[in-house]
Write a protein that binds this ligand. Structure first.
Ligand code: UTP
Length: 405
């Protein structure tokens, strides 16, 4: 579709408001961006109220006690798979980390007190523990966005990947989505550039396949499982052999590390079944009755929260990759230029962003293993500067686990 047609179709004429002031190359740049950017996100502003909430029922988790009984068997299976390069790890690092409020990518945040301890460093070191155990490096994919790719790759190169063999590290860049004002008009961040934001952490598998080098690594090692995890949990175990072994042993299409909620109403997504398929119910969709519902042993049935650490079967990923994920619309502060071409830095949320989420991939899988891990040992997310899930709470948890900061 031609640029002018596309603009007309979506009623976005404001994008060319400054066209006459642009030099030839600037105009070309803007036209290219308009051509490449997916405007169909805008349709979501009309259709978005229709995300199916479905019929929610409990799903059974494998508890720490149950895992303990089969620990050595699972570990053996897991280590063997890791030694055969059947497992890759995949770091979702394309987010903007706006709540933390640092200009750099979240992984570059230094949570050390007396020495440097970068978030990326914690993740690489955790993975290196497994490498030591297995005697083999683990293929490591890192998803960035065009907003943070350069600075992330330069940082990790500069730190020599914290001792990880860089031949096993492949980066790929995720897709972007336009940012729109509250009336649905796409914003400009400058006269020749549309304001965009990363389109969520749900599109990672297709973005990986679109990258030649990353796809080559997937195929070269014939990777059968991908352990996807978020950047901000500084205590999480990655490519955990016991988790890997339990998943392979049970022949699940996906598994998810879960933690017991601190109270029935904790604000965390909870593993469940939805219309008979594995899924995650957001805390706002969990009624009070469901939150406290118990089974015959008096255990709460919606008690296991997800921590964004999933192990996906790669054959399953190929099968589900063309399914359209729901698009979530979030309202955030986005800088833009106004009608006079002046840059505005809003103090209140002024724009919608569009995001697809990794959690929504779960319900396309036929089976899922919720795998319980000990909260105090594996969950220390850095989301905010202070308070809950903050730098400070993560530092405390790291220290409780014996890390010197
Ligand atoms: P969050 O939901 O915490 O988002 O991401 P965020 O962008 O990091 O932080 P806020 O909400 O702006 O404060 C969970 C994980 O998904 C990744 C993040 O990097 C993090 O590891 N993510 C998020 C992406 O890779 N891409 C995205 O578009 C969004």
């Amino acid at each position: 579709m031609k640029v002018k047609e596309k603009i007309k179709k979506y009623s976005q004429e404001q994008l060319l408001k400054f066209e006459d002031e642009l030099k030839k190359e600037q105009k070309e740049k803007l036209y290219n961006q308009i051509n490449e950017l997916d405007f169909s996100y805008l349709d979501e502003l009309k259709n978005n109220q229709t995300i199916d909430k479905g019929k929610i029922t409990p799903i059974k988790a494998m508890t720490i006690n149950e895992i303990e009984k089969n620990k050595s068997k699972y570990e053996e299976i897991g280590i063997k798979a890791l030694q055969n390069y059947e497992v890759g790890t995949l770091l979702l690092a394309g987010g903007m980390g706006t709540r933390l409020g640092s200009d750099n990518p979240k992984g570059m945040y230094n949570i050390g007190k007396t020495k440097d301890v970068f978030i990326f460093q914690r993740l690489f070191e955790n993975l290196l523990d497994v490498v030591k155990k297995c005697g083999k490096y683990i293929p490591f994919f890192i998803m960035t966005s065009e907003k943070n790719h350069k600075v992330t790759t330069e940082f990790l190169e500069g730190k020599n990947y914290f001792g990880y063999d860089k031949n096993f590290v492949k980066f790929f860049v995720q897709e972007m989505a336009p940012c729109v004002d509250l009336k649905g008009k796409i914003l400009l961040e400058s006269k020749d550039r549309i304001a965009t934001s990363p389109n969520g952490n749900g599109g990672w598998f297709n973005s990986l396949l679109n990258n030649i080098e990353a796809k080559e690594m997937l195929e070269k090692y014939n990777i059968k499982w991908l352990n996807v995890f978020s950047v901000d949990n500084v205590l999480q175990k990655i490519a955990d052999p016991i988790f890997v072994g339990a998943t392979i042993n049970g022949n699940f299409e996906v598994s998810s590390k879960v933690i017991r909620k601190v109270d029935p109403f904790e604000k965390v997504g909870v593993m469940c079944n939805k219309n008979g398929k594995p899924s995650i119910v957001e805390y706002i969709d969990l009624t009070n009755e469901m939150a406290v519902e118990t089974d015959e042993n008096g255990e709460r049935v919606y008690n296991f929260g997800v921590v964004l650490n999933y192990l996906f079967n790669v054959d399953t990923l190929y099968k589900i990759k063309d399914n359209k994920l729901p698009v979530h619309i979030v309202t955030k502060k986005v800088e833009y230029i106004n009608d006079d071409g002046v840059l505005v830095k809003p103090s209140e949320p002024n724009a919608h962003k569009f995001e697809m989420l990794c959690v929504d991939m779960i319900e396309y899988c036929n089976s899922c293993l919720p795998f319980e891990v000990e909260r105090k040992k594996e969950f220390a997310p850095v989301k905010n500067k202070t308070g809950v899930d903050s730098v400070e709470s993560a530092q405390n948890l790291l220290e409780e686990n014996g890390y010197k900061l």
